[in-house]
Design a protein around this ligand. Structure first.
Ligand code: FES
Length: 69
């Protein structure tokens, strides 16, 4: 099993579980505050990008990909 798991949530964020580091385009690292699971926004509406803040629920973001299809 992989050390890092990424789950594509229906109509929501990417949930990333495992030992990861998230950096910006300049190479600066975001403080994950020791969290083992983070949610990365994929709707583009979060006020806390690249992290999900729950705003996808209010913007009618729809995306429910299935593996293998
Ligand atoms: S996916 Fe949650 S705010 Fe964008």
């Amino acid at each position: 099993m992989a050390d890092v798991k990424i789950t594509v949530r229906d109509n929501g964020p990417f949930l990333v579980t495992g030992p990861v580091e998230v950096s910006d385009g300049a190479g600066n690292t975001f403080d994950l505050k020791g969290k083992e699971t983070i949610a990365l926004c994929r709707c583009g509406v979060s006020a806390n990008r690249p992290f999900c803040d729950g705003a996808h629920r209010d913007c009618n973001f729809e995306s429910a990909e299935r593996a293998g299809s």
